[in-house]
Design a protein around this ligand. Structure first.
Ligand SMILES: NC(=O)c1ccc[n+]([C@@H]2O[C@H](COP(=O)([O-])OP(=O)(O)OC[C@H]3O[C@@H](n4cnc5c(N)ncnc54)[C@H](OP(=O)(O)O)[C@@H]3O)[C@@H](O)[C@H]2O)c1
Length: 292
C-alpha cells in the first residue's frame, strides 16, 4: 500500500488524485489530520486514516501495511518541523515501508538563511539514519509563493523587495506528477542514487526584476522593481501586520535567493515527466486571471 500524508493539503491532494489515475484505490492510503475533509477520497475507495505527526501512535495506525510512504513536509519551521518529520520517518520505518519519499526543497542546506532549508537538511539526515531506502524530492520553489510576494505590487505598481537572485519557480502540478512517478516506479532512483534528487524545477530561473516585467506584460500596467534594504523590507512587513517570525522568514528567503540557492533551473523534472514544465509567465497568467 502507498501512503500519502498531508492529503488534505495542496500538494498531497494533487499527488493522491493523480495516483488514483495509475494505481487501484485499494492500494492507496492517506494519512490526514481531519478524516472528514478526506471523505471524497474515502468514497473513491482510498483508505483514509487519521495521522498526526505530533502523535506517533496515530501514525502507526495510518501507516499500517505501507510499502512506500510519501511524507509531505508540514507547514511549520524550526524544531517543530524537524520533530514532525523525524516522527514520520520513524513511523514509516516501523511500519516496514520499503521506501520513504519526502518533499524536500532545492537549496536544502544546514546553514541557509532561509529557515525551512536547515529543517529540510535535518530531515534528510534523519532519512539517511533511518536505514530505509529513501527519495528526498528536492522540489523547486513553488510558483504559488511568488503570488504572495507580488500581491502588494499589483496594487501599488511597485515591486519593493530586497536585493535578490533568480529563482527556478515550479508549479505544484509538475511536482505532484514527479512524486507520483517516484511512488509508482523506480524512475527517480536513477536520478537520485544517494536518495537525494537533483533540484526538480520549472524551466527558467527568474528574479524579481523579471517578475516585474512579466506582471507589466500581463496586467498592461507598469510594475516597477525597487530594491529596498533587508531592514526596510522587514519594517514594512511588520507594519503591514506580519508576525516577526514570518517577516524574518521572508527576509531570509531573499538572502538565500541572492546567494543563488534557488537557481539555476534544472532539466531533471522535464526529463522525468517527458514534457516541458510550466513556465512562470503561463503560471502567473492563470493565477492572476481573476484579478486582471
Ligand atoms: N517548494 C516550495 O517552494 C515550498 C513552499 C512552501 C511550502 N513548502 C513545503 O511543502 C509542503 C506541502 O506544500 P502544500 O502546498 O501542500 O502546503 P499545504 O497545503 O499548506 O499543506 C501542508 C500540509 O501539512 C500538513 N500538516 C501540518 N501539520 C501536520 C501534522 N502535525 N501532522 C501531519 N500533517 C500536518 C497539513 O495537514 P492539514 O491538511 O491537516 O492542515 C497539510 O496537509 C508545505 O507544508 C511545506 O513544508 C514548499
Amino acid at each position: 500500500m502507498i501512503i500519502v500524508t498531508g492529503a488534505n493539503g495542496q500538494l498531497g491532494r494533487m499527488v493522491t488524485e493523480r495516483l488514483l489515475e495509475r494505481v487501484p484505490a485499494r492500494e492507496i492510503g492517506v494519512s490526514v489530520r481531519d478524516v472528514d475533509a478526506a471523505q471524497d477520497l474515502g468514497a473513491k475507495g482510498v483508505r483514509v486514516r487519521m495521522g498526526d505527526f505530533t502523535g506517533p501512535a496515530t501514525l502507526a495506525h495510518a501507516f499500517e501495511g505501507a510499502s512506500k510512504v510519501l511524507i509531505v513536509s508540514t507547514d511549520s519551521t524550526g524544531e517543530t518541523a524537524v520533530r514532525h518529520h523525524r516522527t514520520a520517518v520513524e513511523a514509516a520505518a516501523k511500519a516496514g515501508a520499503q521506501r520513504i519519499l519526502y518533499t524536500s526543497h532545492m537549496g536544502s542546506n544546514p546553514s541557509s538563511p532561509f529557515p525551512p532549508m536547515p529543517d529540510h537538511a535535518a530531515t534528510e539526515e534523519a532519512l539517511r539514519q533511518s536505514g530505509v531506502p529513501f527519495t528526498s524530492l528536492r522540489n523547486g520553489f513553488y510558483a504559488s509563493s511568488a503570488v504572495m510576494l507580488i500581491s502588494a505590487a499589483l496594487e501599488t505598481g511597485v515591486l519593493a523587495a530586497p536585493e535578490d537572485g533568480p529563482v527556478a519557480w515550479t508549479a505544484h502540478t509538475d511536482l505532484a506528477d514527479a512524486a507520483v512517478l517516484a511512488l509508482t516506479g523506480e524512475t527517480l532512483t536513477d536520478a537520485a542514487p544517494d536518495g537525494v534528487t537533483p533540484a526538480l524545477t520549472g524551466p527558467e530561473a527568474i528574479d524579481m526584476a523579471g517578475i516585474a516585467d512579466i506582471l507589466t506584460r500581463l496586467t498592461g500596467r507598469p510594475i516597477r522593481r525597487v530594491v529596498v534594504s533587508d531592514a526596510d523590507y522587514r519594517a514594512r512587513l511588520l507594519s503591514a501586520g506580519l508576525p516577526e517570525h514570518a517577516a524574518d522568514m521572508l527576509v531570509g528567503l531573499f538572502a538565500a535567493s541572492r546567494d543563488g540557492d534557488f537557481a539555476p533551473a534544472d532539466p531533471t523534472l522535464a526529463d522525468l515527466l517527458g514534457r516541458p514544465t510550466v513556465r512562470m509567465e503561463d503560471y502567473l497568467k492563470s493565477a492572476l486571471a481573476p484579478a486582471r
